[in-house]
Ligand binder design. Structure first.
Ligand SMILES: [Zn+2]
Length: 241
């Protein structure tokens, strides 16, 4: 699977060398989709692209060298280990439910989330075409390359997990905005990841949901079936938080 004859410039280290088959969405986040040996779909929202079957995930053999893919892969592994556990500690807090994980590595989880957004932005695969990071692309690249959170407040993250396997699908990542604040919306393995790509802060009402260092990880746990029509949520992208 790693066989690839393309020589090109790696987007992360900048070296011209043999490139590898780099996944955009980490493979481990597809496992839940393959439970019944069915081949899952990656489907597009708001793009005129037909759903695609994803036997081994979507990869791009033009973006990363093997060494850099391994570097990013370590963050993927950490996130999968943390987020794809068989059971969780679900708590009630101020009339909402949260998955509470007492200790986690904020830097690794944050870089994982940013790396998925960055991979989606640098690939030319059509299903990811709505991800455009502009001036933030080079900042995120530096964050990944240096394993160091730079301008962390630009990239606030909110993690949401839906309670149903019906939410176990992967629509294309999208850029949206809420009250003028730009963010990327990633869905995979029953999760919805909201990643702000903006210098301006989120509205104050969302601050309590933002992932914070040196605090427990609080993942908003939401009913999928009881949420208002999910298709409308995807279309409107306004009141899902
Ligand atoms: Zn490289």
């Amino acid at each position: 699977m790693r066989q690839n004859k393309i020589i090109g410039k790696c987007n992360l280290c900048g070296t011209v060398k043999k490139l590898c088959k780099a996944h955009i969405i980490p493979k481990s986040f597809y496992y839940g989709l393959r439970k019944n040996n069915e081949i899952p779909y990656l489907y597009s929202v708001g793009l005129s692209i037909h759903p695609k079957r994803i036997r081994v995930g979507i990869y791009d053999n033009n973006i990363l060298c093997l060494e850099c893919d391994h570097t990013i892969g370590k963050f993927d592994c950490y996130a999968a280990e943390l987020l794809l556990q068989p059971s969780y500690n679900i708590i009630d807090y101020k009339d909402e439910k949260f998955i509470k994980i007492d200790t986690f590595n904020y830097i690794q989880l944050k870089i994982f989330l940013l790396s998925v957004v960055w991979r989606a932005s640098i690939t030319s695969i059509d299903i990811f075409s709505s991800i455009y990071l502009g001036e933030y692309e080079s900042i995120i690249k530096a964050i990944i390359a240096e394993s160091k959170l730079l301008y962390d407040e630009y990239f606030s993250c909110i993690l949401i997990k839906y309670d149903s396997e019906l939410a176990n699908n992967i629509p294309n990542p999208e850029m949206r905005n809420f009250n003028g604040i730009n963010y990327c919306r990633l869905r995979m393995a029953q999760y919805l990841f909201i990643i702000k790509i903006d210098k301006r802060p989120f509205d104050v009402e969302f601050i309590k949901y933002i992932m914070k260092p040196e605090k427990p990880l609080m993942i908003v746990y939401k009913s999928f079936k009881n949420s208002s029509d999910y298709k409308n949520l995807i279309k409107n992208g306004v009141d899902y938080l």
